[in-house]
Write a protein that binds this ligand. Structure first.
Ligand code: GLU
Length: 509
């Protein structure tokens, strides 16, 4: 397909976008946001979402990171239409890994043949010295163009002699203008660029050249990426012009910032999608949260499913200024989606966390057992323990600290915790004695019944805290939990009575 035909294709409106991560680290939340905006734009335009692995930096790229990126995207539900898949590729425009492509050479040769690029034999030291000189004079560091003057014969001679070279683009002096869907008109002066290096040799393109060739060969219509790439865009446009290739449309997304407005990095906490997954954030929460990182829906609405996003998202409503990554908002959204889960699904999501914390295990016959005692417990019991905490969970990983007392026999709390405000030890012992008697007389071990009977006593005591506080601590070993009556019902009468008795003993020690 000629560049002209390609242009026709773009104007025919076929949307083809790409997410082009370099596998030099795990999937960063900022990159996942770039992937999401591409994905949403593709889906709402019946277009294609292409995944391209930019692994030309062999030293820093690894297949482990690539795997992490692919797994992260799949877990988030962003399935790509083209790209690497199960050890192979899907799509007609592969290979989708830059390291496996062989088509760069012909483009580099064409640039040289057309005199749009040239071999540069200057040593790194020479180039660096020139940079330093210009910077000391307060000028933009750029190549002085020495080798651009070489005649073809001189160049050939040097190559014959085995002199090492790189390939530089002849950068014309001009204002490079482009329309950006987010930033509107953008203009760069090529003067400050100098002749940029675009390839290490005829077979090894550098980032900017590889991107231009790949975007062309993969028929990319829109380049949607982070603003950190905006200074690359004029370079890529100049390269595309030199190769006589069509220019895609651009949208540069605002950077993802930490609350202190610096670029979000490891020192601010978790930054990879895998870390968030392990902490117990649901994929639908992360998608919802990432969508709001830079996209302004124009309403107060904060909850968006992926299908709503496909419908409502628009690149035109992406803001220019940096987007603050606010974990509290993520927690709020995650809490919402956790509450939406039916209890069977939530239980299956929580079980691995309980197993990891050694609170439960599964024996060879598939029965669940409680952590320390190894007594058999039913799935219903686990479900009950989880459902009592569904309302308060913000992250699935919190399930272990919220429910440990259901699975452990030894609660290990300090006896001071049993004391309500300025009550005396003796008062609390007497309250717990009364609670013990009341509980032991209950036949119908149901939350309502338990709550009613204990409440009667609490009301007659005058200060309900004197009854409910030590009861809660006795049952859970904690200051906060689901209501003591609900907990008592779930634990069962026998365990509840035992725990009240243990609390009384503890106070008497
Ligand atoms: N490989 C680049 C990165 O990981 C993205 C290149 C692009 O989107 O043009 O930052």
């Amino acid at each position: 397909m000629t560049p002209k035909e390609k242009l026709n294709l773009i104007s025919a409106g076929e949307v083809r976008v790409r997410f082009a991560p370099s596998p030099t680290g795990s999937l960063h939340v900022g990159s996942a946001r770039v992937a999401l905006f591409n994905y949403l734009f593709a889906k709402q335009n019946n277009g294609s979402f292409v995944l391209r692995i930019e692994d030309t930096d062999k030293e820093r790229s690894s297949s482990e990171f690539e795997k992490d990126i692919l797994n992260g995207l799949s877990w988030l539900g962003m399935n790509w239409d083209e790209g690497p898949k199960n050890g192979d590729y899907i799509g007609d425009f592969g290979p989708y890994r830059q390291s496996e492509k062989s088509s760069y050479k012909k483009h580099i040769e064409k640039l040289i043949k057309d005199d749009r690029a040239y071999h540069c034999f200057c040593s790194q030291e020479e180039v660096e010295a020139e940079r330093q000189y210009l910077m000391a004079r307060g000028e933009a560091p750029r190549y002085n163009g020495k080798c651009s003057q070489l005649r073809t014969e001189e160049t050939e001679e040097m190559i014959k002699k085995g002199k090492k070279s790189v390939i530089r683009l002849r950068v014309p002096l001009k204002k490079v203008k482009f329309k950006d869907i987010v930033r509107k008109e953008v203009e760069f002066d090529s003067k400050i660029m100098g002749d940029i290096v675009i390839a290490k040799d005829l077979e090894t393109p550098l980032y900017n050249l590889a991107v231009v060739i790949d975007d062309y060969e993969m028929k990319i219509s829109h380049v949607i990426r982070g603003e950190d790439h905006i200074s690359n865009t004029p370079k890529q446009i100049l390269i595309a012009e030199a190769l006589d290739l069509p220019i895609p449309e651009y949208a540069h997304l605002p950077l993802v910032l930490a609350p202190d407005k610096s670029k979000l990095s490891k020192r601010h906490g978790a930054v990879s999608v895998t870390e968030y997954k392990e902490e117990g954030y649901l994929p639908e929460s992360i998608i919802n949260f990432l969508a709001l990182l830079g996209w302004n829906p124009g309403t107060d609405r904060e909850i968006y499913s992926i299908n709503h996003l496909i419908k409502d998202f628009s690149l035109e409503r992406v803001q220019k200024s940096g987007a603050i990554f606010n974990v509290k908002k993520l927690d709020f959204i995650n809490g919402f989606y956790i509450r939406q889960k039916n209890i069977d699904d939530l239980t299956q999501i929580c079980i691995p966390y309980l197993v990891k914390s050694n609170l439960i295990s599964k024996d060879d016959s598939g029965n669940y057992r409680a952590g320390d005692s190894q007594r058999e417990i039913s799935l219903d019991f686990i479900k009950k323990a989880i459902s009592l905490n569904q309302e308060r969970l913000k992250k699935v990983s919190e399930i272990s600290e919220f429910t440990d007392f259901f699975f452990q026999d030894n609660l290990n709390y300090s006896k001071d915790l049993l004391i309500w405000k300025d009550s005396s030890k003796e008062e609390i012992v007497s309250c717990l004695d009364k609670v013990y008697t009341i509980l032991s007389e209950i036949r119908d071990w149901q939350e309502k019944e338990i709550e009613g009977k204990v409440m009667q006593e609490a009301n007659s005591t005058g200060d309900r805290g004197k009854i409910f506080w030590p009861l809660r601590v006795a049952l859970t070993g904690k200051k906060s939990s689901a209501g003591p009556a609900e907990v008592a019902e779930a634990l069962g009468k026998e365990t509840s009575l035992e725990r009240v008795k243990e609390a009384i003993q503890l106070l008497k020690e």
